[in-house]
Design a protein. Structure first.
Length: 165
């Protein structure tokens, strides 16, 4: 459940606690006051990294919020290497999505992988495909109706028979 924060002492302590647990958190969402921003953390085994994303309707507002975010990071002793930062991007690819001014979209490379997916030959392969495609169901109107015939193929008491449906 989403929670609104006032960013007072209690929230400051929560932030400190979460900061220490970042290595085990794939994604962390942090609100600040009434302004929202998101910190995405890459907790891979190879290296620790972070992607900070902030988007506003106009450049002046964006600049103000960017300054607030950078000051907050400095205050919390979180540092960003300038050479690894990108500012004022029109779009960005992130976690299998493309984020631009009009919103969040599926990365075309991911849809290409789905188009080239070989027809499943076992119920396990059907489940694998449904899990993969299900990640993007919010972008597909009527996903549950479209995927219903495939879901039926995964039932234990049903004999697996692949037909074009």
């Amino acid at each position: 459940k989403d929670k609104k924060y006032k960013w007072e002492k209690e929230e400051e302590e929560a932030f400190q606690t979460l900061k220490q647990k970042l290595c085990s958190a794939p994604i962390l969402v942090l609100p600040k006051g009434t302004k929202n921003f998101v910190v995405y953390c890459d907790a891979s085994l190879k290296a620790y990294g972070a992607v900070l994303m902030q988007r506003e309707k106009d450049e002046e507002e964006h600049g103000k919020h960017l300054k607030i975010i950078l000051e907050l990071l400095k205050k919390e002793r979180l540092y960003a290497k300038f050479s690894k930062c990108d500012f004022w991007l029109d779009s960005v690819q992130f976690l299998g999505h493309v984020i631009d001014r009009s919103g969040v979209h599926v990365d075309p490379a991911k849809t290409e992988a789905i188009r080239n997916w070989a027809a499943p030959t076992t119920p396990t392969e059907v489940r694998q495909f449904l899990r993969w495609a299900g990640y993007y169901q919010k972008f597909i109107e009527g996903f549950s109706l479209i995927s219903k015939p495939l879901t039926k193929l995964t039932q234990k008491d049903k004999k697996y028979k692949w037909e074009k449906e």
